[in-house]
Design a protein around this ligand. Structure first.
Ligand SMILES: CC(C)(COP(=O)(O)OP(=O)(O)OC[C@H]1O[C@@H](n2cnc3c(N)ncnc32)[C@H](O)[C@@H]1OP(=O)(O)O)[C@@H](O)C(=O)NCCC(=O)NCCS
Length: 170
């Protein structure tokens, strides 16, 4: 398996992959495949952090990290949003998702990002070092239950002294 940056040639296959993957998600809007397109067009897109996992020429996983901001008055702190992550059903529980997360974090650090946020299941994301963002004094502005809005420091103590509100693209 290789992990590489997505290219335009992958976009239609990624659309199908994300759509199918989220059909078996615990929580899904059914719109995640279109959300990927909105993220790409949002100005928050970071090509270097939109990755696919490929095996024998087939795409088996996908992850996107895009820009997001913690806002506190006039201060804007730049961080990353992890969303969405998808692995094809046939390849689940083989650490493909973990490898996509770890590789995206490695690349994110190279690009000088220090923290990552997401809305997701703590049962999956705790293992990567995510904890509720509210622990850092960072609240979501959209009324998501606090335990699902999570933050991970890529650099130890990166979120010390950062507080404010975070708004997720929908
Ligand atoms: C979530 C997902 C990307 C994980 O991919 P994966 O390659 O199977 O993950 P890994 O092999 O790295 O990790 C598997 C572990 O995560 C656990 N896991 C997977 N999804 C989980 C979830 N939603 N909640 C809790 N645990 C989960 C598995 O039980 C397994 O646990 P174990 O290591 O204790 O056996 C994949 O299941 C998927 O595409 N799901 C549908 C889309 C989705 O839900 N995306 C995340 C939205 S928050």
């Amino acid at each position: 398996m290789i992990i590489r940056q997505e290219t335009e040639n992958d976009f239609s296959q990624i659309y199908d992959l994300v759509k199918t993957a989220f059909q078996t998600a615990h929580v899904s809007s059914g719109d995640e495949q279109n959300f990927v397109n909105r993220l790409r067009g949002s100005g928050n897109y970071i090509p270097e952090l939109a990755l696919v996992a490929e095996e024998n020429g087939n795409l088996i996983g996908h992850i996107m990290l895009t820009d997001i901001y913690v806002v506190n008055g006039d201060n804007k702190y730049k961080a990353l949003l992890l969303a969405p992550i998808s692995v094809v059903l046939e390849q689940r529980n083989k650490r493909v998702g973990s490898k996509l997360i770890n590789e995206s974090f490695r690349l994110a650090k190279e690009l000088n990002y220090a923290s990552v946020f997401l809305v997701g299941d703590p049962a999956y994301y705790n293992r990567f070092g995510f904890q509720p963002s509210i622990n850092f004094g960072i609240k979501n502005t959209q009324g998501f239950p606090d335990q699902y809005v999570m933050a991970c420091e890529l650099i130890p103590n990166a979120l010390q002294g950062i507080s404010g509100g975070i708004t997720f693209l929908t």
